[in-house]
Design a protein around this ligand. Structure first.
Ligand SMILES: O=C(CO)[C@H](O)[C@H](O)COP(=O)(O)O
Ligand SMILES: [Fe+2]
Length: 215
């Protein structure tokens, strides 16, 4: 697939300067803004919720890529749809009723996507692949930015790409300038990049480098 997209995650951005951080990635050629929603229950960290996400949505022209790492996601998809999320991604491990919630997200007018933790086999989602517009393959254990990519996750992407040649596959976690091409070669076409963009002196210049790299 040649439609490569960089989706910067603002998890490690400077929240006191968020407007400028978002302008930087817009100028840097980002295609999505990735929002990591964490509840301190499904993952051992708390980030922010629909309120901050709505403000970010108002501050940018970039589509919102909302990655819900929360228990009981069915309680929140309506609100994330209401604030205009482009993708609403739920963790396969976070709900008993994956089919139902994916259908509900589409009914609400957003694009349903599913995410799997490193230890979750891709076979767990094989029957719902036709219900989603994207699969997010976690390449770190969810909860924190700044971790190292777990190499076997690339094998999962390779296998998924073989199964679904035209599916949008997003990789999330530990993506750096020196491993993003491995992820692309494995079959990913949407790349979440957090600390490797926002923990640099110029997120705009760094974002441009990532965009160039996968072009
Ligand atoms: O979902 C996530 C963590 O659960 C984040 O999107 C991810 O970790 C991005 O940060 P980094 O590029 O620094 O790994
Ligand atoms: Fe994420």
């Amino acid at each position: 697939m040649n439609n490569s997209i960089i989706a910067p995650s603002v998890l490690n951005a400077n929240f006191l300067n968020l407007k400028d951080e978002i302008t930087a990635i817009e100028k840097g050629g980002a295609g999505l803004v990735h929002l990591d929603i964490m509840d301190g229950h499904f993952v051992p960290n708390i980030s922010f919720g629909p309120g901050i996400s709505a403000l970010i949505g108002k501050a940018t022209t970039l589509p919102l890529d909302c990655h819900l790492m929360i228990s009981n996601p069915e309680l929140f998809v309506e609100e994330f749809a209401r604030i205009g999320s482009h993708y609403i991604t739920v963790q396969a491990e976070s709900t008993w009723h994956l089919d139902r919630i994916l259908n509900r997200i589409r009914e609400l007018g957003a694009k349903p996507a599913v995410s799997i933790n490193p230890a979750t086999p891709i076979e767990n989602i094989q029957w719902i692949l036709d219900l989603v517009d994207m699969v997010l393959v976690m390449s770190v254990n969810p909860g924190f930015g700044g971790q190292s990519l777990i190499p076997y996750c690339l094998d999962k992407i390779r296998k998924l790409r073989e199964m679904k040649p035209n599916l949008d596959i997003e990789i999330d976690g530990g993506i750096k300038l020196d491993n993003i091409l491995d992820a692309k070669k494995a079959g990913a076409n949407i790349f979440v990049v957090g600390s490797a963009i926002f923990k640099t002196d110029s997120p705009e210049t760094t974002c441009k480098k990532f965009v160039e790299k996968v072009r």
